[in-house]
Design a protein around this ligand. Structure first.
Ligand SMILES: CC(C)(COP(=O)(O)OP(=O)(O)OC[C@H]1O[C@@H](n2cnc3c(N)ncnc32)[C@H](O)[C@@H]1OP(=O)(O)O)[C@@H](O)C(=O)NCCC(=O)NCCS
Length: 171
């Protein structure tokens, strides 16, 4: 699959809403509106396009010319300013094709090549083996467990934190 990260376009809204109409995509990500409507998607895309301070960047993931998901990075504040947290999701019918691994790899390269960020990390629901595997395939290392850090659907979950330091694996 040919995977590219590109800017969002208003015309992605219907497909983005379609991707987020699938319950399983929501299981291990931050809470988003449910149902996720085309209006929600338009608002997200507008915010991504208008985010001007450079501290938050969101990209559409395109696989073989088709919208496949979303990946974003947010720079930390104050003493965390040389770190960035990433998050991502892929349309359920496209799971298991290497798209997230390719997208994370491309985002990491983009951040290390274009910013002064030296630490990229992601916190993963403890039950999210697929995402943990994606991060490991991209060279991230598990640093520890944040006990009861997440609450989702009325239940507490542990989070595993994975990080990649510039120069340690990729460069
Ligand atoms: C997690 C997610 C992004 C993975 O996307 P994807 O494009 O399917 O990922 P890839 O195909 O690049 O890689 C998935 C890897 O996980 C493995 N995997 C999948 N399900 C697994 C499971 N239950 N247990 C262990 N490994 C699993 C796959 O075999 C593959 O590894 P491999 O290449 O060594 O075989 C996707 O499932 C998703 O969008 N989930 C919902 C949102 C989410 O969890 N986002 C991440 C938040 S941190």
């Amino acid at each position: 699959m040919h995977v590219v990260l590109r800017k969002w376009s208003g015309s992605d809204a219907a497909e983005l809403a379609g991707i987020l109409s699938e319950d399983d995509v929501h299981e291990f990500i931050s809470d988003l509106p449910r149902p996720y409507t085309q209006k929600n998607a338009m608002e997200y895309i507008a915010a991504a396009l208008n985010s001007s301070d450079g501290n938050f960047q969101s990209f559409a993931i395109e696989a073989d010319g088709r919208l496949a998901g979303c990946i974003s990075a947010e720079r930390g504040k104050n003493v965390y300013r040389m770190s960035a947290e990433i998050g991502y999701y892929i349309a359920k019918p496209l799971w298991g094709m290497g798209i997230a691994t390719a997208a994370v790899g491309k985002l990491v390269q983009f951040i290390f090549d274009n910013t002064d960020i030296i630490r990229i990390y992601s916190t993963v629901f403890a039950g999210n083996a697929a995402s943990a595997r994606v991060l490991e395939k991209c060279g991230f290392r598990r640093e520890g467990t944040l006990k009861c850090a997440l609450v989702k659907n009325g239940r507490l979950h542990d989070a595993h934190i994975y990080a990649l330091i510039k120069g340690e694996t990729l460069q």
